[in-house]
Design a protein around this ligand. Structure first.
Ligand code: MN
Length: 191
């Protein structure tokens, strides 16, 4: 895992985003979902693995309904410190727009509670293009799978909620779940 692509895309004298350094394993594995109002609104879904945040951009946002298969486009690894980032990326810079933390918490592999063993399984699943995990967030809870799509655009995955006690049957719109976001939330431009 390397953060060169992350650092190369950004000019840290102009953006308030954290500079990329690989972190030591903190024990428990974190996840974060950031609502990113850039040129197009999307949700950035990030899972801590091997000292970085593996990252996917989800145009429609995650869903708690197992009937939804949400496109999740793999993007560059982000530093662990990015998980605490909220704020404005200035115009003219990579990812220009507004970032809010939409949800965060811990996550683990489905197969084990042990974070070291779990991380190995997650890294293996990431390479194989299919893995499942349990999220313990405020909004996202229970088991999910990420599955790489075959023969499609490079880096295209699907994020799918598994049927469990936390799953919902009604339509799920992440934009209808903006509670707990601390500041005034800019809405998507309708231009
Ligand atoms: Mn983004």
């Amino acid at each position: 895992m390397a953060l060169e692509p992350y650092n190369e895309k950004r000019n840290f004298s102009h953006t308030p985003e954290p500079k990329g350094v690989v972190a030591k394993n903190s024990g428990q594995l974190h996840f974060v979902v950031q609502r990113h109002l850039a040129s197009k609104l999307h949700y950035d879904f990030r899972l801590e693995m091997a000292g970085v945040l593996k990252s996917w951009a989800i145009p429609k946002g995650p869903s708690m309904n197992p009937a939804d298969k949400r496109l999740a486009v793999e993007v560059e690894d982000h530093p662990i410190a990015y998980g605490a980032f909220e704020g404005d990326i200035p115009a003219g810079h990579y990812g220009a727009g507004h970032v809010d933390i939409w949800d965060n918490g811990f996550y683990r592999a489905v197969e084990t509670d042990d974070p070291i063993e779990g991380e190995k399984l997650l890294l293996q699943g990431l390479q194989e293009g299919s893995f499942s995990f349990v999220l313990e967030g405020k909004k996202l809870q229970g088991e999910f799978s990420l599955i790489r799509m075959k023969g499609r655009q490079k880096g295209a995955w699907l994020l799918i909620k598994k049927k469990d006690a936390a799953a919902v049957e009604e339509d799920y719109d992440s934009e209808a779940h903006l509670e707990d976001i601390r500041d005034d939330i800019p809405k998507q431009s309708t231009e």
